[in-house]
Design a protein around this ligand. Sequence first.
Ligand code: MF3
Ligand code: CO
Ligand code: CO
Length: 274
Amino acid sequence: MTTYVTADDTAASRTGAIKLHGPEAFAGMRAAGRLAAETLDALVPHVVPGVETAELDRMIYDITIAAGAVPATLNYRGYTHSCCISVNHVVCHGIPGSKTLKDGDIVNIDVTPLLDGWHGDSSRMFLVGDVPIKARRLVDVTYECLMLGIEQAKPGKRLGDIGHAIQSHAERHRYGVVRDFCGHGVGRLFHDAPEVVHAGRPGSGPELRPGMLFTIEPMINIGRPDVKMLDDGWTAVTRDRSLSAQFEHSIGITEAGCEIFTLSPKGLHKPPYL
Ligand code: MF3
Ligand code: CO
Ligand code: CO
């Protein structure tokens, strides 16, 4: 059974219940989400062949701190970076470092500024130089998967409707939907209930109610859905080494539908970012 509680917006409690948040939470998420989106916007000119992923991580740290926020990933469960950068067959949680981006890479950058107690969690794909059509198609379809999932995010629907919309679209293109990682409740906690699965049956799972705050962040592979963890304990890669893509928004359920907190103010929703 799913339980719902009226969120006390002053406390970050981990109860397993789904929190229903009020207007102050929405205002907090709007500000944190906007900062996440502005940060991703600012990276666009820098995601080019030859750049070190550690350099992008430093830029994200600087932008976040200058805005009066902190990167929520910094010192999160032993993670010591300001973002995740996942290149090509890396599914998620790629660690920034001395690796340089090269022509033809597809890259996910995932940022989560913690601003005034609220987490704005968002990621986008970036194309490095000239990217082959096969990879660009994966990126396009993954973006469509996220937005089709968001279309289902309204009162009366269930989490399974979101998963189903994403899964159907991905599988229509013969892509694999990663099952090992989910979207999640978000707010004062970085990762809260519920788990937002990216594959599912229509009409299944917890029902969506106004005040719910969560992410949708489908990871879609050209090949099989299976992932493998690298020895660093963070980096997840596709088992078959096929390319993987991901987009993530933080949203809030409203009476009318949902509010997307992490929309790009510059309209840089998906590549190419001309
Ligand atoms: N931002 C990721 C998410 O979408 C979580 C990254 S946690 C980290 O949930 F420790 F790997 F950075
Ligand atoms: Co997330
Ligand atoms: Co994220």
